[in-house]
Write a protein that binds this ligand. Structure first.
Ligand SMILES: [Zn+2]
Length: 64
């Protein structure tokens, strides 16, 4: 996989500074990552799972 030095926010195109927050959902405690500039959602995953696992079905299901 390609590794980027600096990530870009897909929403505001600024350099991505992640803001971490937590959310208790139906599947357990989730870690929510948002862009620190525009506060739009970047990723959401269950705590304890690797970063690569993004619970898209939760986002699409309207849980967030
Ligand atoms: Zn942003």
């Amino acid at each position: 996989m390609e590794e980027k030095k600096e990530k870009e926010c897909p929403w505001c195109q600024g350099s991505l500074i992640l803001e971490e927050s937590h959310y208790r959902g139906p599947h357990g405690k989730m870690k929510i990552l948002r862009c620190g500039k525009c506060f739009k959602l970047i990723s959401a995953r269950l705590e304890g799972e690797p970063d690569g696992i993004i619970k898209r079905e939760l986002l699409e299901g309207g849980s967030l």
